[in-house]
Design a protein around this ligand. Structure first.
Ligand code: ZN
Ligand code: ZN
Ligand code: FE
Length: 761
């Protein structure tokens, strides 16, 4: 089947023969479409078979004109538009020109040569950059982008740097952060009290010593601090987890070079490109089983490692000298936002880091590392930050300024300016004062950068989200948007899907229009709004919020509804094995009297219950952990075996037409558990059942286009199987690419909802 790829390239691509190059390549590869060069970047659309388009992408990167440089390349796969030739389009730059701010760009090969050339004046200088690479978003104070409008304004260029900066033939012509050891920022190593230990190159030498001996180092990088330890040192990794109060969430790794990544992970050609790209994200890679050199505590019970390569000269110098993988996790306590200032770091990372590597180039705004994985041979951004933010998602019709404040977890915000929707960098869970402050800061920052005063605000429908309160405090109309509708709209917008669609939004938690917790939703979406076509049968969460962590409670809620109170005394079920009698008694009462037991249709919570019943895990330390364990344990990819389920017709006249009943499935699971069936087999069958449920429901909807969104579709097994089955059944399926399928996509969906809300009937 043919598809269309849309590519947006930023960088040194003007006046270097880029358009003719793309034209020739497309002709040679027999692709139809067009290329356009505008102030917003180079836009390419090409149609052909998926494999050919993948090759096209890789060849653009490899064979581009010698004087060109790609600073960022974003792409999405879309439906074919039916082009019948390839041409060079003329740009219409007369239209609305909104200013574009580039993300931070990983060090280019030429700067890398400079840094490791002993005869170069920038030998081992950690702040080397040029027009093609270096910090942008993290140092820009205001637009237009100019040295005096960046945090580099406190450094006066020396004569040599100035000469480079003013020479149009020089690679550093107008490179705003241009610097050298004589005139630019420098490193310092501090102890926990902020006392200077070493400076300049000696600071790096001493830091390397400290990391080698198992110390925890806080390192100020591009968009904030990392906490770094030797990834081979079990004790050091354990200590880091303890001090940082991070129990089980996987830790990201930085490896010295691509060869090292091959040693520990399986890497495809596409993943290699991503690791080495200017965006340089953390890429989730399958671990190799034959290498156990790294500490157990990096990603417990997880078949993947999150790996990135060095992306600034500072990291290159550090990693080359170390020569082994390090844990490089965000410099914060627990889930607070990442630290960006050295003095703030001293207090916020007190008791966590042993030493602090700092420098005097201020970071204007926090930017975390982005996280990306490849699913179905396509990029899927899980966390959108460094290298991606604040590049916009384009929309067809220009809009007035709208501010979307996002959800509660994995929060980011978005603003619309004309034809662009700018999505902010990842902010995080709005659970701490620090996170809320960061949220407010990012909003005012975006309003300043893009010079917008929002005419409309959009928030989640949840009345008690702190982001909702914020939106209501503004002096403009507020639209509250249902969470799962926002998920689906974000997917529709990034995939440019038109017409009526059925949206499948499977997720952890979201506030429904009926005041209950939703999360296993099938929404019919038209050009103005939506109806709730079907959803999972509701079950109770005894204890409310705590059930999200203590997943045995959710299992109890589900089993109680099927079997009654007796079942809770069955100690052969792993959910109840270790729960004290008194707790079980209380829970029974809760369920009987229906106290503090909110109902939910959440697919995420269904995963939790199954994790508990099958004994895959007994506790969720972070959102989605139990669900991940269920995914990782599943072993049935090539089989169709599944459990039975029912699709119940709802009473006539109600908006919701179908209820998906999990009861036969849960009975089947319990039966298999009791018969001591292998866990991977049970969880595999569970996944297959979920796909069957989705397919059967989609068939009943009469829609041809289906959008999959929500946190559950980070599950590779579920996503791949569902996409494949629906495709085989003749449906057109859309899922996320550049925008997260988790709550990081909510803000984009909220803006779309506001735009659609203003549509005429
Ligand atoms: Zn460079
Ligand atoms: Zn200089
Ligand atoms: Fe969600």
């Amino acid at each position: 089947m043919k598809s269309r790829i849309k590519i947006i390239i930023h960088g040194a691509v003007q006046g270097v023969g880029f358009r003719p190059f793309v034209y020739r390549l497309a002709m040679e590869m027999k692709l139809n479409g067009w290329v356009l060069n505008s102030s917003q970047g180079v836009f390419i659309e090409a149609e052909g078979y998926k494999e050919v388009l993948e090759e096209f992408l890789l060849r653009i990167d490899k064979e581009k004109p010698p004087r060109s440089f790609i600073q960022s390349m974003e792409f999405s796969y879309l439906d074919p538009a039916g082009y019948n030739d390839f041409n060079i389009r003329t740009s219409d730059d007369e239209g609305s020109k909104s200013v574009l701010m580039l993300p931070d760009i990983a060090t280019c090969p030429e700067c890398l040569n400079d840094v490791f050339d002993p005869s170069n004046r920038r030998f081992l200088y950690p702040f080397t950059n040029c027009t093609n690479c270096g910090p942008r978003f993290s140092i820009i104070e205001r637009l237009p982008y100019d040295r005096k409008n960046s945090t580099m304004n406190m450094f006066t260029m020396c004569e040599e740097c100035r000469a480079e900066y003013e020479d149009p033939l020089n690679r550093r012509f107008h490179a705003q952060p241009n610097a050298c050891p004589v005139c630019g920022p420098h490193l310092e190593l501090w102890n926990m009290q902020g006392k200077l230990l070493e400076s300049h190159q000696d600071a790096m030498v001493k830091l390397i010593e400290e990391i080698r001996t198992g110390k925890i180092a806080a390192v100020k990088g591009i968009g904030g601090f990392h906490l770094i330890v030797d990834a081979r040192n079990d004790e050091a990794v354990k200590l880091l987890r303890k001090r940082k109060n991070r129990e089980e969430k996987p830790l990201a790794l930085m490896m010295p070079d691509i060869e090292c990544v091959y040693k520990f992970c399986e890497v495809s050609e596409f993943e290699k490109r991503l690791l080495l790209s200017p965006e340089s994200p953390v890429v989730l890679l399958k671990r190799r089983d034959d290498n156990s050199e790294l500490a157990m505590g990096i990603a417990p019970d997880n078949p993947y490692y999150g790996v990135m390569l060095p992306y600034s000269p500072l990291h290159h110098i550090l990693m080359k000298e170390l020569g082994f993988p390090v844990v490089a996790t965000s410099g914060n306590f627990s889930d607070e936002p990442i630290c960006i200032d050295e003095n703030e770091a001293l207090s916020r990372l007190e008791g966590i880091a042993d030493v602090f590597l700092v420098h005097n180039r201020p970071i204007k705004r926090h930017v975390d590392d982005s996280i990306v994985r490849i699913i179905l041979d396509r990029e899927m951004v899980v966390r959108r930050a460094r290298g991606y933010a604040p590049l916009p998602v384009q929309i067809k019709e220009a809009q007035g300024s709208i501010l979307a404040v996002g959800g509660h977890l994995k929060n980011n915000i978005a603003v619309s300016v004309n034809n662009n929707i700018f999505i902010s960098q990842h902010i995080g869970d709005l659970e701490t004062v620090e996170a809320y402050n960061a949220f407010e800061k990012v909003i005012s920052d975006f309003e300043n950068i893009y010079d917008v005063k929002p005419k409309q605000a959009v928030c989640d429908l949840h009345p008690n989200y702190i982001s909702t309160y914020y939106a209501q405090s503004l002096n403009c109309p507020v639209l509250a948007v249902q969470h799962h509708y926002a998920h689906i709209l974000s997917c529709i917008t990034e995939n440019e899907v038109e017409g009526d669609i059925l949206g499948v939004s499977w997720d952890g938690t979201g506030y429904g229009t009926d005041g209950t917790i939703w999360g296993g939703e099938f929404l019919k979406v038209n050009r103005k709004s939506f109806t709730r076509f079907a959803h999972l049968r509701q079950f109770r969460l005894p204890g409310g919020e705590i059930a999200i962590k203590e997943i045995w409670r959710t299992a109890a809620g589900l089993l109680f509804d099927i079997y009654g109170e007796e079942i809770l005394s069955d100690r052969s079920i792993s959910s109840f094995r270790d729960i004290p009698d008194s707790k079980l008694y209380l829970l029974k009462k809760m369920l009987e009297k229906n106290i503090n037991s909110p109902v939910t249709s959440s697919a995420g919570r269904l995963f939790d219950a199954v994790a508990s019943i099958t004994g895959t895990s007994s506790y969720s330390h972070f959102e989605g952990q139990a669900a991940m364990q269920v995914e990782f344990s599943a072993k049935l990819l090539n089989s169709n075996e599944a459990y039975p389920f029912r699709i119940l017709e709802n009473a006539a006249g109600t908006e919701t037409e179908y209820i998906l009943d999990w009861e036969p499935m849960v009975k089947g699971i319990l039966n298999d558990v009791k018969n001591k069936m292998e866990t991977g087999f049970i969880t595999g069958k569970f996944h297959n059942t979920l796909t069957d449920m989705i397919v059967e429901t989609v068939k009943r909807s009469g829609d041809k286009k289906v959008v999959l969104s929500g946190g559950c579709f980070q599950n590779q097994y579920l996503l791949e199987r569902t996409v494949n089955y629906l495709t085989d059944n003749g449906f057109s399926i859309y899922w996320h690419q550049r925008v997260p399928t988790n709550d990081g996509g909510i803000s984009l969906g909220q803006i779309t909802a506001a735009i659609r809300n203003s549509n005429k009937e």
